[in-house]
Design a binder for this molecule. Sequence first.
Ligand SMILES: [Mg+2]
Length: 92
Amino acid sequence: MTIEREQRICEAAVEEWSYESQMLQAIEELSELQRAITRAIRAPADRDNLHEEIADVEIMLMQLRLIFDPKEIDEWKESKLERLERRLGIRD
Ligand SMILES: [Mg+2]
């Protein structure tokens, strides 16, 4: 699937349901991912559910970017990645 199509679907979801509803859905998906990560640590062979829940959270994060300020999110992301880069000592 193209990123443009992913974006269109997420935009339609945000238009269809209220921001509050999508924020609650994001919380629910994050909780499901927490449980899937715990299960994956305890049973490393079972990764299907983990992958599904990561996908769910990525979809909800795309929607949260549409609801909030993607420019500000990108600025925070860049800042935090640069800090991580310094901690890792991999900056050129
Ligand atoms: Mg889920």
